[in-house]
Ligand binder design. Structure first.
Ligand SMILES: [Zn+2]
Length: 341
């Protein structure tokens, strides 16, 4: 990437109200069959267009074809029974009814490769594609087969690698793995979490990223953040191991978060997608506020490795708010880019 401070989003964007209920996670589709297939594609086109209108440099599908960033991927795998549901505690934070692993997990066919090909056909800009990470996947399931979190994570890593290789072949420039679970299960992250992630990116020539955040702006997450005190030092537990890993880019939460900025120093040498947009607050940032966060980050990351981004996905936000935030991100990055040149 030649341009300094290339902007991108962490992943999801709100869906149009004709496709799914707005401002809701796991929102059911409003269309069916062929109309749904076509509707998802139309929404993807709109999401791309809105990013382009806002001047976003590395674009994505806005996750328009997925109901949820983890479950949609899992739905395409065999070995998981979606009728057999169990209530589990997700990321040690909230209870959810999740499907059960009942046998050996396998990917019978590509999951997102067709969608990625469609996105590739519609833009010559660099594209980023998000997949759930192995640890976040196992944390969103009830396992009645492997009975080992680690074993199941290695199985998912193998499956994710199959998908990632095909996404790369479809022309994806950056493959990102969403691992909010890395912010919770520190011992497991260091024991095998990062290793399974490296298994998922094995043999890839495109760039790879891991996104670690404090979650969408939903109540369970904001309540949790309220218990974390004035300094959120979770990144300190996993960054040293990530710095040593083969992952190219780390995407993290920063703006309006109590994350001490100097923790970024722990991944010196990596490219850093710095969250300069708060997704838990509907107030649209001023470009100057975005620029301020980016300037502070520049103390700990070299300018050629700083990628301005959002803290997390924007799926639960009103569409107009998300659009405003995209423009603010772009304008804020422009201010700092001009200062640097
Ligand atoms: Zn996130």
């Amino acid at each position: 990437m030649i341009k300094l401070l290339p902007t991108s989003t962490a992943g999801s964007l709100p869906k149009p109200s004709w496709l799914a209920q707005p401002e809701t996670l796991w929102s059911p589709w409003k269309l069916q069959g062929e109309a749904l297939r076509e509707g998802k594609r139309d929404a993807l086109r709109l999401a791309l267009h809105e990013q382009q209108q806002a001047g976003i440099d590395i674009v994505s599908d806005g996750e328009q074809t997925r109901q949820h960033f983890v479950t949609t991927f899992i739905e395409h795998l065999s070995g998981v029974d979606f009728q057999k549901r169990q209530t589990v505690r997700i990321r040690d934070r909230y209870d959810a009814s999740v499907p059960t692993v009942v046998g050996a997990v396998a990917r019978q066919k590509p999951v997102f490769v067709e969608d990625a090909t469609f996105l590739r056909q519609h833009t010559s800009q660099p594209i980023k594609w998000a997949l759930p990470g192995p640890m976040t996947m196992i944390d969103t399931l009830y396992d009645a087969h492997y009975k080992s979190r680690e074993k199941l994570a290695w199985e998912f890593a193998r499956i994710l690698n199959e998908e990632a290789r095909e996404l790369e072949a479809a022309g994806v420039d950056i493959i990102q793995f969403d691992e909010p679970a890395f912010n919770v299960f520190f011992d497991e992250v260091n024991a095998w979490g990062v290793a399974t992630l490296e298994r998922a990116i094995e043999g890839l020539k495109c760039e790879t990223a891991v996104h670690i955040c404090y979650g969408y702006g939903i109540k369970a997450n904001t309540d949790w953040k309220g218990t974390l005190g004035s300094q959120w030092r979770q990144y300190e537990q996993v960054f040293p191991r990530l710095q040593q890993s083969s992952i190219d880019i780390v995407s993290l939460e920063c703006h309006n978060a109590n994350v001490p900025m100097e923790l970024i120093e722990l991944i010196r040498g990596k490219k850093v997608m710095v969250g300069a947009i708060d997704v838990a607050n509907p107030a649209i940032e001023t470009p100057e506020a975005v620029a301020d966060t980016l300037r502070k980050a520049l103390q700990f990351v070299d300018a050629d490795k700083l990628y301005p981004c959002t803290n997390c996905g924007m799926a639960p936000l009103p569409r107009g708010v998300a659009r405003g935030k995209l423009h603010a991100l772009s304008a804020g990055a422009r201010i700092v880019r001009e200062e640097l040149s």
